[in-house]
Design a protein around this ligand. Sequence first.
Ligand code: ADP
Ligand code: ZN
Ligand code: ZN
Length: 740
Amino acid sequence: MYAEIIVDIASEQVDRVFTYQVPDTLRIVPGMRVRVPFGPREKEGFVIRLKETADYDESKIKPILAALEDFPAVLPELMELAWEIRAKCHCPLCEALRLMLPAEMRGGRVKVKTEEYVRLLIPPERIDEAIESQKRAKSRQMLIRLLSDGQAHPVEELRPMFRDVRSPITYLAEREMLEIIEKEALRAPYYGRADAAIDPALTPEQEEALSELIPALTHPTKPFLLQGVTGSGKTEVYIRLVREALRQGKGAIILVPEIVLTPQMINWFRSRFGNAMAVLHSRLSAGERFDEWRRIRKGDARIVIGARSAVFAPVEKLGVLIVDEEHEQTYLSDRFPQYDAREIAVSRGKREGAAVLLASATPSIVSYAMTRRGDYTLIEMPHRVLNRPLPKIHLVDMRQELRMGNHGMFSGLLQQKLEQCIGEGHQAMLFINRRGYASSVNCRKCGETIKCSRCDVSMTYHSFDQTLRCHYCGEIRPMPKACPSCGSTYIKPMGIGTQKVEEELNRRFPGAGVIRMDIDTTSEKNAHFELVDRFRAGQAKILLGTQMIAKGLDFPQVTLVGAVMADLTLNFPDYRAAERTYQLLVQVAGRAGRGEQPGEVVIQTYQPDHYAIQSAAKQDYRAYFNQEFGRRKSDLYPPFTMMARFLCEAKEMPAALATAESIKNRIIEEFSSSPLYRRIFFIRADEAPITRIQDRARAQVLMKLLNHPDTDKLLARFQEMAGENYPAKVYLEINPASLA
Ligand code: ADP
Ligand code: ZN
Ligand code: ZN
């Protein structure tokens, strides 16, 4: 017997199958991971296929050395998906296969954790006699007493009761009066305890959504896009759908943008499904992730909630795939291979006959356009549960405030609403999409902005430790006392961030209590859960944060939401800036009035006439969609085109630029006489918008490509080009999450 194997080396050169011989002593099936000799070394590999004969000299074929697990780590369906990713993301197959496993599994870096138990082997009727016989060895006597119930007890539990628990255990075990049992211990990644919950009666809109969705569990259909306003009860729809899938003996995967953003979702699911559920995300420890993955693989956990990579979870007999907040850019992988978890969900669902549900209050332009074309089925839930009203939204023109002499960060209206909200004993949430104290530090005399030494971005002032930090590479410097350029001491932090807002809130509302949630306050493992719990318990009246607080959170006591500076995302140099602004504002506004009390929202902006801000204030998705879709069409942006770029990184800019220029010229040379050239709308080589990150100069070849089946041929050729040698390191990106 022979096996075709992909060796786990990420390189275009070894991206093909190698044949190995299967020794009779090994039971090998496709999908298993094995150890094989490769050149002078030993490597890990994936078994792709078994075959009876080899196509070349059998005496030269080396044998597989060992199986790494006794089960196939990659399910057959996922193996097929890996081939698809290889074609779509233009990466070696082994990189696609790596996505299917917890990273820790490769190289055997984590092991199954075991726990030691001991159990008495003495029959009950002879226990008294045994105790008597150990009269002069008090610790043995005590151990026999403690174990006299005949149950297995963890050694760790007994340890505190003895000076040295080992010696009586060893003594009794040697005389076969006791046995030592190794049991697998699972590292459980849950925070706190979930209370059992009862099912609410469904609203008519939820009923109707489910009556469309449930049949899709048995009869494969097109993917669904559920557009439900904030507070319409989408989670309850997911829960009922998943429960029905379970009842039919099928599994479920629920993708959430980022676990830190959705602590409540996990609790809701845990309260209904208990241990049938597993979670997979980047904040787990290596051991936890490994154990959760194995619980899923063994079928002990049939429901998986996780971040984008959970779309590859090894759930067999998959019934439904749900993508919550499907508009989030975190579904686009920012690492290679750059996959889109939504696309994978759709194609995995189709492949495995599972229902696919994308859902959001603010669907992405691309997904909503799919419903217009009839590729997805649209389901709408336009009302909040229990007839709760959507919040009332006020737009405040901050230019007007300036004219009236208000130079502060809060408009008169926001100040007044905050006083009222706190006065009435309710809670408020304030949103500003920038962490740190100030956006930059500028010199009043020469105009210099202090920049990171390794990136071409201004450094952010952090007041709690008086440092300057680079949000791109993490560089930290003490705040200088004088301008590094002219020596003047007139240097000042400009602009605002969460820390400055926090300071201002504490000054204006002493005693109200402010909780700040941003990357800086949530770096500890469970910090985000703890902050959310503290706010829920009412220990602070104001929750302040970045986009981390914009979505998913459900606090019934919150009646006021303020967007301190709505324009921050709008001025981003990205064609999706308007889309992101609309989404963020609607999501953050949706945090208000989720309980008995109706909610109000204050949006502060310098561009009150912008359509993204206008339609967010009216919560009018269709108006926004029509405007944005029209603009994408006239300006030729996705979904009408595809953005592709070669990112070229080098030590110095001339090398990066030269590489970009040469790639551009080669593309023009190679294709200008081909019909494929018509698929390229636009091609340009220049510096990237951020010219330096982590001390690497960045240039780019930016292209807009027509969406057309042919375009794949171009992309495949581009991939080959990207793999060649240049003075700069070259990455090919297709519709990347960031065009910085
Ligand atoms: P969405 O995700 O659509 O913004 P959620 O799923 O967070 O909305 O639900 C909003 C709130 O409504 C939650 O507190 C939830 O417990 C509650 N809820 C959901 N469905 C019902 C129902 N049928 N009856 C009563 N309350 C419900
Ligand atoms: Zn200066
Ligand atoms: Zn930097």
